[in-house]
Write a protein that binds this ligand. Structure first.
Ligand code: NCD
Length: 359
């Protein structure tokens, strides 16, 4: 009888998942932690400034060691006993490659499934069985999916099996992209290293803030830093959603809703551009919104403060004229590369091998 009960309580079912999903983040986060440490990284709200500063130091250490062949050889042994899978069900260049290369820097072997038609889901396998199958072969799953709750659901499911392995959310629909928030924050911290770091910065987000998961995750994370202020610059149809604004209200964080980029450019320390996420359109509604006035153009450079930085999670379309790449305030190519170092640091931290990397 006891054994039956135990099996029952281990079992994942749709109802227990639904119940879990409607809980508050505070209630959900403990399931994704072990002994106070992050086990699965699903939401930006699992991140704290203390965790981030440890990660930044680790990323700095890794990139320094990686400069020499001896250093790369040393790094390549740190996770040589581990394997990971990248399961990417939405297009990706940077997140995929930076995660894959982060794994390779640490000596981890990787497998990948990017094209759903090559996975057994097309033979009618349930998504639960597909995820569980990964855990039979590898030690880490990195996931990207169009469905908002997929990563959470996968981690919830695996945590109810006998072989739970860590899940990292590499982008969940229109909702969250916590590792992008990490690399963005790392980029801001490096840019303002000698100017009080992240504290007190005025951050402007531009573009599709409604469906852009990067800005949603980054806003949550930045709001944990003292005196950070936000300005959300977007056409009304793409303004930041209520849930994030309510979170800022609850944390008593200052923010402004704006729709004139020209007015805001001289006033921000960080300007974070994004593209229109029209892959989520139901019937081409993005085309009806006037977005040109939310592009950063060459004429803006003289009014953009000399000490400010221009960011973009990439890929870009027309939001930033490529000629602007030559300006030292344009940091998006550095931002992109920072993704590889911070993801290497994150993976190391999840496996608790940070001490294997010499200071
Ligand atoms: C972003 C994403 O996938 O959300 N890209 C990325 O991961 N660097 C932004 C985007 O696609 O616009």
């Amino acid at each position: 009888m006891g054994a039956v009960l135990q099996i029952e309580s281990m079992k994942y079912d749709e109802n227990s998942w639904k119940q879990f999903h409607t809980k508050s983040l505070q209630e959900k986060i403990p399931l994704f932690s072990r002994e106070g440490q992050i086990f699965d990284l699903i939401y930006a709200s699992q991140l704290t400034p203390e965790f981030c500063s440890r990660l930044f130091e680790l990323a700095d250490r890794i990139r320094k060691i990686a400069k020499s062949k001896e250093g790369m050889d040393e790094l390549g042994r740190v996770l040589s006993d581990k394997r990971g899978i990248l399961f990417f069900q939405q297009p990706s260049t940077r997140t995929f490659l930076s995660f894959q290369n982060a794994c390779h820097i640490l000596g981890m072997k990787t497998s990948e499934i990017r094209d759903p038609s090559t996975s057994s889901e097309v033979k009618g396998e349930s998504w639960e069985d597909t995820i569980r199958t990964f855990s039979s072969y590898v030690d880490l799953i990195i996931l990207r999916h169009r469905e908002e709750a997929y990563a959470e659901r996968a981690a919830f499911h695996l945590n109810a099996t006998k072989r739970p392995i860590p899940v990292i959310n590499g982008g969940s629909g229109k909702d969250e992209h916590p590792t992008q928030a990490l690399l963005d924050l790392y980029t801001i911290q490096r840019a303002f290293k000698y100017r009080n770091g992240i504290v007190g910065k005025r951050v402007g987000f531009v573009g599709d803030l409604k469906r852009g998961r990067t800005v949603r995750s980054l806003t949550q994370l930045l709001s944990l830093y003292p005196q950070v202020k936000f300005v959300f610059i977007a056409p009304e149809a793409f303004q930041m959603r209520k849930d994030i604004l309510e979170l800022l209200d609850a944390r008593k964080v200052e923010y402004e809703i704006a729709d004139d980029l020209n007015v805001q450019i001289p006033k921000v320390d960080v300007l974070y551009m994004t593209r229109i996420q029209d892959e989520y359109d139901a019937q081409g509604e993005s085309k009806l919104v006037e977005t040109e006035k939310f592009h950063f153009r060459r004429e803006h450079l003289p009014v953009f403060p000399q000490t400010s930085i221009l960011m973009h999670p990439l890929p870009r379309r027309y939001e930033i004229d490529p000629i602007i790449d030559l300006d030292p305030r344009a940091v998006y190519w550095k931002q992109e590369r920072n993704g590889m170092w911070i993801r290497a640091a994150l993976i190391l931290q999840l496996f608790q091998r940070e001490n294997f990397v010499s200071a």
